[in-house]
Design a protein around this ligand. Structure first.
Ligand code: GLU
Length: 387
């Protein structure tokens, strides 16, 4: 079969692949402790499930408007205002099948072959391949744990060239949990404004921050970039709704209109009853989100303390998301080999740093219960300290 050049350029999502591998082992009866996929183990709040059942009973089962029901777009505007002080109108919002799909659509409507897209590393796996799918060129800026995995304004400036079209920011970050402050974001915004560069700001972990750190949205930090920014967020992580596939983009109407055209030729819309239920999520679940956030903070502390005690491992303590990204460079094996060994010997599943453009690290998702975190890290310790 002769496949398209596009599909041959990309690889399967490493996070989903690692999760599938762990699942396969579990199906064979092996007791695997799974730190792979970034997915809350909490159930979706009852209120949201009830709203979904009600929507089905009311026969919200037919085609819906491509960018989402007006009430849903309004609830997203309310959420953006309430949480981040942002003023968006419903026509500046599109509901998508997860934040991943919003990112895909934004890149598809904005990037031409040859355009350069700056991606700070460690990066979430899909940014890189989604840029490849546009024919654009990913320009990766490396960072490491010595700077808390943060890109400096100088690094950004040095990587901007005549073909630079867009910068992808992701704060709090997947895979490191690192968070940029408003001041840091403002510096990036000033550079981009001066060079006419667009920003795609993935803020899917915005509600999951710790130690009193409060997420500042890129557009709040840099209002002059509002017309040049595509803000992406969604319900998956903070509302424990990963399987529902509901995300959104907020951007100037001319960008949203183009994303609508693409969506109309692609999936039409997010499933109707899921959109109805999501109105409840964005309008009315702050308490539920806060309860999950508190629990994640406890888990982060347990996971961080455990990993820091493993000889040869150093770990940066981040203030957001639900990942730790320990440094395993002291061992004589690659992080990919270490991840394989951990799975085979300790039955602990993690994702290796290579997939995030950062060899020498492991991604540990702590979105699981504390006893499993403790047991998993204990097993990791036993295996790693033998190396
Ligand atoms: N974003 C989550 C992760 O990084 C879910 C899987 C994916 O889409 O990458 O694990």
């Amino acid at each position: 079969m002769k496949f398209s050049d596009r599909i041959l350029k990309i690889k399967p999502s490493a996070t989903l692949k690692a999760a599938a591998k762990a699942r396969e082992l579990k199906a064979k009866g092996v007791q695997v402790i799974d730190f792979t996929v970034g997915e809350p183990d909490f159930n979706t709040p009852e209120k949201i499930k009830e709203a979904c059942k009600k929507a089905l009973d009311e026969n919200f089962t037919r085609y819906a408007p491509v960018p989402g029901f007006p009430e849903l777009r309004q609830s997203i505007c309310n959420y953006l205002k309430r949480e981040f002080g942002l003023a968006y109108k419903p026509e500046e919002i599109i509901a998508t099948a997860g934040a991943k799909h919003a990112i895909y659509a934004a890149l598809q409507v904005l990037i031409n072959p040859g355009d350069e897209v700056i991606i700070p590393a460690p990066y979430w796996v899909s940014f890189y391949d989604q840029v490849l799918l546009t024919g654009g060129k990913p320009v990766v800026i490396k960072t490491d744990d010595t700077t808390g995995f943060k890109m400096t304004p100088r690094q950004l400036e040095q990587n901007i060239g005549p073909k630079t079209k867009l910068l992808i920011l992701n704060t709090p970050s997947n895979p490191t949990g690192s968070c940029y402050s408003g001041e840091e974001l403002k510096k990036f915004g000033d550079i981009c404004a001066g060079k006419n560069i667009l920003v795609l700001s993935d803020e899917i972990y915005a509600k999951l921050t710790y130690d009193g750190f409060k997420h500042v949205s890129f557009v709040t930090a840099c209002p002059e970039m509002r017309e040049k920014t595509i803000l992406v967020n969604g319900a998956s992580k903070s509302y424990a709704m990963t399987g529902w596939r509901i995300g959104f983009a907020a951007a100037p109407k001319e960008i949203i209109d183009k994303m609508q055209i693409l969506q109309s030729q692609e999936v039409t819309s997010v499933p109707t009853f899921i959109m109805r239920a999501s109105i409840t999520a964005f309008n009315d679940c702050d308490k539920e989100v806060e309860a999950m956030r508190r629990e994640f903070e406890k888990r982060r502390d347990v996971a961080f303390a455990g990993l820091s005690k493993i000889k040869g491992v150093t770990c940066y303590k981040p203030s957001g998301a639900f990942y730790l990204f320990p440094n395993v460079k002291a061992f004589k094996k690659s992080s990919e080999e270490i991840a394989e060994l951990l799975l085979e010997e300790a039955h602990v599943a993690v994702v290796s740093g290579e997939s995030f453009g950062a060899p020498g690290y492991l991604r540990v998702s702590y979105a699981t219960d504390i006893p499993s975190i403790e047991m998993g890290i204990d097993k990791m310790k036993k295996t790693l300290e033998k190396l």
